[in-house]
Design a protein around this ligand. Structure first.
Ligand code: HOZ
Length: 429
């Protein structure tokens, strides 16, 4: 039975008249899976409801921030209370320190933080700071790692670029990217070669410690430690982009799991509890270079606004107990195993990369360890799977190169229903 999409289609036609591609962010247009997007009208717990009245179990969760599910009561109550007192002052409030304190306590690498409005802004500012601190210009990034859409980083960046098959964005002067050096993810030897070519010119290495934006790809043993060592050896900084993984993989993020202290770290998503947010932070001596203390300028009218701060504080408070992450781990492990078994039953080769509550089902028989192997996936098969799952009431990311997320609101019964839906979907593609 086909889901109803009449109203969504009408809304999409209307949206396309005013918004490029009808969307505010490219992957939402469903280009990679064909067809047209559903328009969401509401969310509650693990569920979303679209404009045609269809109901789905949501595994996108606003691309990661909603680890508690939609409209968690404590966050909503906090937001209502704060809303009545004013939404933005462009002046300091107590809430900023309260959120900062929670973050600094959870991630000791961040001795001080600066709050911004998106992950893109956090990364862009961290790179500026990294260059100022080291008095060097070159940055190393990895193909398939996405660090937002700042000019200098849109080279072989995963996520929407991978989804749409765009290697580098147009509109960026080559002078903006000439200092960006790209290595394959998980390839330590290539990174050493780059350092040996430019021994005194590399300001820093930026990495998603666990990739979420070429689909989920895990670091090989020793890769992150190797990066840490190389940056020590050559006097560069190590920047972890934990916009997705911070407070997602564990309360202390990927850095706590792998036992690495980056020099700078970028956050977003979960720390805003579903409202627009970003943050960058690191060692005190580095952060003290940020204006007004130091010469690195960065500012924002809505940065640290009370609503976002309140949503972030309430969210982090609810994530404080280790049982939260055990619970997420158990559910996600069961779901990923269920999908793997269903695929095996149908003789469909899939490779599932998972850590904690995020995973990707790659339609490939290869092990996915980097962007190249991620690209070995059969994206047509993924698209067919996506639509079958949607028909079955399951909303997955509309791209092979994104992560599937779970929340605390997903019940065991919903996980079972999802496995059942996957079994049926895989038998039909
Ligand atoms: N490519 C983004 C997530 N990795 C999608 C953001 C969005 O469309 O909201």
């Amino acid at each position: 039975m086909a889901i109803q999409m009449k109203r969504s289609r009408g809304l999409f036609e209307e949206a396309k008249r005013y918004l490029p591609g009808g969307v505010s962010s490219p992957v939402r247009a469903f280009t990679a899976v064909g067809g047209e997007p559903i328009f969401i009208s509401a969310g509650r717990g693990s569920r979303i409801y679209d404009a045609d009245g269809n109901e789905f179990i949501d595994y996108v969760l606003s691309w990661g921030p909603l680890i508690l599910g939609h409209v968690p009561p404590q966050v909503v109550a906090g937001l209502k209370n704060t809303l009545e007192k004013g939404t933005s002052f462009g002046a300091p409030t107590e809430l900023e320190s309260e959120l900062a304190k929670l973050i600094v306590k959870a991630m000791p690498a961040m001795e001080m933080i600066r709050l911004v409005n998106s992950g893109t802004e956090a990364v862009m500012s961290a790179i500026r700071l990294c260059r100022a601190f080291t008095h060097r210009d070159r940055i190393v990034k990895f193909s398939g790692c996405y660090h937002g859409h700042a000019d200098g980083l849109l080279i072989r960046g995963g996520s929407g670029l991978a989804t749409l098959g765009i290697p580098d964005s147009s509109g960026i002067p080559s002078s903006y990217t000439q200092n960006t050096l790209v290595a394959p993810y998980n390839a330590l030897t290539a990174v050493r070669q780059i350092f040996e070519t430019y021994p005194e010119e590399i300001a820093g290495v930026i990495v998603e410690p666990v990739c979420a934006n070429m689909g989920v790809v895990l670091p090989k043993e020793g890769f992150l430690h190797g990066l840490h060592q190389l940056t020590r050896e050559f006097g560069a900084l190590l920047i972890f982009d934990e916009v997705v993984t911070g407070f997602r993989l564990s309360y202390g993020g990927a850095q706590a799991i792998y036992g690495i202290t980056p020099d700078l770290c970028c956050l977003g998503k979960i720390i805003g509890g579903g409202l627009p947010v970003g943050a960058y932070g690191g060692k005190r001596e580095i952060m003290e270079m940020v204006a007004p203390l130091g010469p690195v300028y960065q500012a924002g009218t809505l940065s640290g606004n009370p609503l976002t701060m309140r949503a972030g504080i309430e969210t982090l408070k609810l994530l404080g107990s280790p049982s939260v992450y055990r619970n997420l781990e158990n559910k996600a492990a069961h779901l990923a195993q269920g999908i793997a078994t269903a695929a095996k039953e149908q003789d469909i080769p899939v490779f599932i990369n998972r850590l904690g509550s995020m995973f990707t089902t790659f339609f490939t028989s290869q092990q996915v360890v980097d962007y190249e192997t991620a690209c070995s996936s059969d994206t047509n098969l993924y698209a067919a799977y996506f639509w079958q799952m949607l028909e079955g009431g399951i909303y997955l990311p509309p791209s092979q190169f994104e992560a599937t997320f779970l929340s605390l609101a997903h019940s065991d019964a919903e996980i079972e229903a999802t496995i059942e839906a996957a079994r049926y979907a895989l038998s039909r593609i």
